[in-house]
Design a protein around this ligand. Structure first.
Ligand SMILES: Cc1cc2nc3c(=O)[nH]c(=O)nc-3n(C[C@H](O)[C@H](O)[C@H](O)COP(=O)(O)OP(=O)(O)OC[C@H]3O[C@@H](n4cnc5c(N)ncnc54)[C@H](O)[C@@H]3O)c2cc1C
Length: 498
């Protein structure tokens, strides 16, 4: 393979720095695709520097990952106290009557029967007709979550169902480590305290505190928020999203597992952010994501404890600082940044591990196609940056459109004009009753969030003409029989169990 100077020739040795979820997911993907090419893969991690390790939710890409590395749910889910996730319910984000909560489901093929009706009703309501356009009645996954059913259908149900998981990320890291080591990844425990570079800036070797040196051709920086190689050594600039997204702290507190486990993440709006409720087999993971510009850590802890009925409990809370934004480049010199080191958008839509998978799979594809050229490197970085911005915009939309005005935090979010042109155009298209799906396609952002997700968000927050302006029109309101949709979804849900 012909490689340009300053781009990695990885025919010999790849070193992953960091053994958090990002590091071990990367190790497994490289074990699957590169060990067979004779490339040696080593992961270095420090037992003195911890991992982030909060209870986490995933998107459906996590299922694709486990299918790809050929690990069955029956093997990994019990080992990680994992549960199924049909989507996310957003509670108390909107103060509008009738819009107290809405559900953002994962897409499934059966939605083809009901989602178009929802979207057509959205357009009719935007045009001023009084038709039903709240997303909760149109998706099977919503019904499954409401009935606390898992997304695994009986065999005679002929539609594929999209779903994600909740899991203990510390246990997930440990599980993935075992698999990667069994498959031939080398493991070194130690703290990197020095890094040597070649004259062209490429990383030459890592030096550990115990004196050991590890040289490689390619380094994958999975060192978390420290961003040791991409940030501290290569000095790739960090682009903060602080002016778009205000939250920069999280606080976590576990509670005992409830008897009847939810099959969805619950995101509840709080005074200065939102709280998650993530059900695991052995506990419920709770956390409050907030902005330190609007409340202190102690105020946030009090509010979370109050919500959970834990004001008198001595269970300690874990406090986490979040660096929200992304690196200007994810791949620079012979370093690929993966995970928190490459960037982080706050966890509202649980997209971080999705990024890890996109990044590593994209990199493996680029290598496989003989594509380690400057042009492809630039394209690779551009694509990931566009994905980051696309997902950021969707999350910003939650804060801009929810209609809460009860304090400075929500007012500042609602009136924040530091939003991208793309988002402004999307909102304008929606409110003027334009074709949002077409707008999304033309902007090439449907692979970040597809039209149905945008419809759920905008309709879920009730971004429609005011109730009193709506016209009663029988030809519109009787176009679809909602009872038929209810019955269709009810009967489909009978194929699932808790
Ligand atoms: C509050 C919060 C909630 C989140 N919720 C979700 C969610 O629901 N869904 C989701 O997909 N993601 C979520 N994330 C993101 C998710 O936690 C991370 O993407 C994921 O855990 C990967 O982290 P990481 O491996 O990049 O970093 P870390 O877990 O921080 O791991 C860093 C690793 O680098 C090693 N290291 C660092 N420096 C050195 C050194 N000098 N020498 C040797 N080793 C070193 C450490 O030992 C560690 O092994 C959340 C994040 C936060 C902050």
């Amino acid at each position: 393979m012909l490689l340009n100077s300053n781009l990695p020739n990885i025919n010999q040795h790849v070193v992953i720095l960091g053994g958090g979820t990002a590091g071990w997911i990367t190790a497994n993907l490289l074990a699957k695709h590169w060990l067979q090419l004779g490339i040696k893969v080593t992961l270095v991690e420090s037992s003195d520097i911890g991992v982030i390790g909060v209870g986490e939710g995933s998107t459906p890409q996590m299922k694709t990952f486990f299918d790809e590395i050929e690990v069955d749910e029956s093997e990994w889910m019990p080992a990680c106290n994992a549960t199924y996730k049909n989507g996310i319910r957003f509670v108390n984000w909107s103060k509008k009557p009738g819009y107290k909560s809405y559900f953002h489901p994962f897409a499934s093929k059966i939605d083809a029967f009901t989602a178009p009706i929802f979207m057509q009703n959205c357009v009719a309501r935007l045009k001023g007709y009084d038709v039903h356009a709240h997303p909760d009645r149109y998706y099977l996954a919503t019904k499954l979550a409401d009935k606390k059913l898992s997304p695994i259908a009986s065999e005679n149900f002929p539609f594929e169902i999209g779903y994600g998981y909740h899991f203990d990320s510390v246990l997930l890291g440990k599980f993935l480590r075992k698999i990667a080591l069994k498959r031939g990844v080398q493991h070194v425990e130690g703290t990197v305290d020095q890094v040597a570079q070649h004259p062209n800036g490429d990383i030459k070797e890592l030096k550990l505190e115990n004196g050991q040196t590890i040289a490689a051709d390619l380094f994958i920086d999975c060192s978390g928020f420290r961003a040791l190689l991409i940030g501290k050594i290569l000095k790739v600039p960090f682009i903060s999203y602080k002016e778009n997204l205000f939250n920069d702290r999280a606080i976590t507190l576990p509670t005992p597992v409830s008897e009847n486990i939810n099959t969805a993440t619950i995101s509840t709006a709080m005074k200065c952010g939102w709280a998650w409720d993530i059900p695991l087999l052995n506990r419920t993971g709770n956390g409050y994501v907030y902005s330190s510009d609007f409340c202190t850590d102690d105020q946030a802890e009090f509010e979370l404890r109050e919500k959970l009925g834990m004001l008198k409990s001595d269970t300690p809370a874990q406090k986490i600082k979040m660096r929200v934004g992304r690196m200007e480049k994810h791949w620079a010199n012979n370093v690929l940044a993966v995970g928190l080191s490459q960037g982080f958008i706050e966890p509202l839509e649980a997209t971080a591990l999705h990024f890890v998978l996109e990044t590593v799979n994209g990199f493996i594809r680029t290598y496989g196609a003989g594509g380690f050229t400057r042009k492809n490197q630039a394209e690779f970085n551009q694509n990931l940056n566009a994905r980051f911005e696309g997902i950021r915009d969707y999350i910003v939309a939650h804060y801009r459109l929810n209609s809460r005005t009860d304090n400075d935090y929500w007012n500042a979010n609602g009136s924040n004009n530091k939003v991208s042109t793309t988002l402004v155009q999307m909102i304008n298209c929606w409110t003027s009753g334009g074709n949002l799906a077409q707008e999304i396609e033309s902007k090439r952002i449907s692979s970040f969030y597809p039209p149905f997700s945008w419809h759920c968000l905008l309709a879920g927050y009730g971004v429609f003409p005011a109730e009193k302006q709506l016209m009663k029109d029988e030809s519109q309101s009787q176009r679809y029989d909602l009872n038929e949709i209810d019955e269709f979804i009810r009967r489909a849900s009978l194929n699932f169990q808790s």
